[in-house]
Ligand binder design. Structure first.
Ligand code: ARG
Length: 406
């Protein structure tokens, strides 16, 4: 009788490579390796596919999801200016739900009984994989070989070497745990676990040190339609391409480095280093254009929804109903966000230096100006201020009386 199948989220790295053999030995299953390209900058997907087979998978698939990641995951996050703790643009938290979707699809295609991931028990990703699977395919089992096994990195390498598993050669030397996709790059572990230690230069890959960044600023004009960037300097581009191009451009100016203490869902505070040149540039630009185009009550309410939205994505609830409901709100708001933003990239900053919107801008020169041409009726202000202050005035009078009595 054939063994049950498990679809493993496969990166080609050390942990998931050894997980294949471990699942076979300890769970008596056949493993289907599934690598999903979310723009992590891997040149040779075929090589990863092959490695999956060499490490013992019965089947190995690679899925190019770069366009889907941009349009279905980066796009809604950007419309919502999604940043966890106001700092982290959700790089890994965005890719996990997409990977889950494909794992589930491959599980269906291959008649698998469950899915597996290579996360430890200390992070958020395990939650995202498992809760995502619960939501999309509650009948599928979820296995967490690395969490269950609890091996250290070095022990895993020795274990693999004993069995002749062809693990990636760089594993023993890389001091950090890296996750990467089109929206950014994350680094954990090693020296950065000391929150007092400044990040060493070798943590970074997508950004240059500001010291080495060009001494002259560079300007880029980002065109937005319905809350999404559609052009760079007038050239229309698909989102995935626009993000990739801007990422390189902003990274060369050292834009997008984030060094933060983060509250994980599992209760741990961790020190994280992120590089998100495109994400930071685009969120800055998008927020600024919203300031120009969104009516103020809507803008204010949107800010509240944004932090809730970021939090739910961080916490692995992407496929749930609150996410869908907030998306509907974000979509409505995005309809007003059309125009162009001038951003100056310089020495680690992406600074908005100009914005305009012919169709949707709510800025009115006639209202704002202090010069000739002012159409704002200042006589209305007098009554307004009186009524605005009336509740406070009433309260203050009462309080004064009470003070006198006391
Ligand atoms: N702390 C970040 C998050 O939870 C990054 C996680 C990176 N994942 C990883 N397996 N290295 O989203």
């Amino acid at each position: 009788m054939s063994k049950p199948r498990i679809v493993l989220a496969y990166s080609g790295g050390l942990d998931t490579s050894v997980a294949i053999e471990w699942l076979k030995e300890h769970k008596d299953v056949d493993v289907v390796a599934c690598a999903v390209d979310v723009g992590q900058g891997v040149d040779d997907l075929e090589e990863i596919r092959q490695r999956g087979l060499e490490c013992g998978a019965v089947e190995s698939v690679v899925i190019d999801a770069t366009t889907e990641f941009a349009d279905g995951f980066i796009a809604p996050a950007l419309k919502a200016n999604a940043m966890y703790m106001n700092k982290y643009p959700l790089v890994s938290a965005l890719s996990r739900p997409l990977i889950v979707k494909h794992l589930v699809q491959v599980a269906r295609d291959t008649g698998a009984a469950g899915v597996a991931h290579g996360c430890t028990g200390k992070g958020n990703d395990q939650v995202r994989f498992e809760v995502g699977t619960m939501c999309l395919a509650p009948d599928l089992a979820t296995l967490a070989p690395i969490r269950e096994w609890g091996l250290t990195r070095d022990a895993a390498i020795d274990w693999a070497t004993e069995r002749g598993i062809p693990i990636p050669v760089t594993s023993k030397t890389s001091p950090y745990s890296i996750d990467e996709n089109a929206w950014g790059r994350t680094a954990e572990c090693g020296i950065i676990e000391d929150p007092w230690a400044a990040p060493p230069a070798d943590v970074y890959e997508r950004t240059v040190d500001v010291v080495d960044a060009p001494d002259t600023p560079e300007e880029v004009v980002i065109g937005f339609r319905r809350g999404l960037p559609v052009s760079l300097d007038g050239e229309e581009l698909p989102l995935a391409e626009l993000v990739a191009r801007l990422d390189g451009q902003a990274g060369r100016h050292g834009v997008g480095r984030i060094d933060m203490i983060e509250d994980r869902l599992v209760g741990i505070k961790s020190r994280e280093i992120y590089e998100c040149p495109a994400a930071i540039t685009l969120i800055n630009a998008h927020r600024d254009l919203e300031d120009l185009c969104l009516e103020q009550e809507l803008a204010d309410h949107k800010r509240n929804e944004e932090s809730r939205y970021a939090q739910l994505i961080y916490n692995g609830l992407w496929w749930g109903p609150l996410k869908r409901a907030i998306d509907a709100f974000m979509e409505e708001a995005a309809g007003y966000v059309n125009g162009e933003v001038r951003v100056q990239l310089f020495k680690g900053s992406a600074t908005v230096v100009g914005r305009r919107s012919e169709s949707s801008g709510l800025y009115s020169y006639d209202m704002a100006t202090y010069d000739e041409g002012d159409r704002f009726d200042q006589t209305l202000a007098e009554g307004f201020v009186k009524l605005w202050g009336l509740p406070l005035k009433t309260w203050a009078a009462r309080t004064r009386d009470a003070d006198v009595e006391a």
